[in-house]
Design a protein around this ligand. Structure first.
Ligand code: CMP
Length: 144
């Protein structure tokens, strides 16, 4: 079992695609094991995307990601990282395959509707950026 972080970005939340995206997640063998809606500050968006800090698109990306509400989830399943990236499609919706979320819903490379971790290391960083262990419900917890 593997875990990955999913973000439904402002463009998709605003246009009412959250339910449709959840449908694709749950319909393809991935389990939502943690969930929250949040309006990121600019600083929080910068911290989340710090690996891109030197990229020219960083200021625009972090302004966009802190412009409106996002939905954040932890997904669990076999090969969850690759499975979620396959469901999302290519970063630029122009290059995304038919039937992927970005092909069907994204506006452009910045407003590309969804985010997913790209490796086990980034999944670990990204999940712990937003969720503490008591907010993640992988297994039934027994009260002691
Ligand atoms: P995401 O999967 O969230 O990871 C980094 C984000 O940067 C990416 O999706 C895009 O939304 C955004 N971005 C904006 N411009 C570019 C670009 N030229 N190349 C790659 N990513 C970009």
């Amino acid at each position: 079992m593997e875990r990955t972080l999913a973000i439904i970005k402002p463009d998709a939340v605003e246009r009412g695609f959250t339910g449709k995206i959840f449908d694709r997640i749950e319909g393809n063998g991935l389990k939502i094991i943690a969930l929250k809606m949040i309006h990121l500050t600019k600083k929080e968006a910068e911290g989340f995307y710090k690996v891109h800090a030197q990229r020219p698109f960083f200021p625009g990306l972090t302004t966009y990601m802190s412009s409106e509400t996002v939905v954040i989830a932890v997904l669990e399943g076999k090969d969850a990282i690759k499975k979620w990236r396959d469901l999302m499609g290519a970063t630029n919706p122009k290059d995304a395959a038919a039937g992927t979320i970005r092909k069907d819903f994204a506006v452009d490379i910045e407003k590309n509707s969804v985010h997913g971790s790209d490796s086990p290391e980034s999944a670990s960083y990204e999940i712990s950026y937003f969720f503490s262990s008591i907010e993640i419900f992988s297994h039934k917890r027994t009260k002691t």
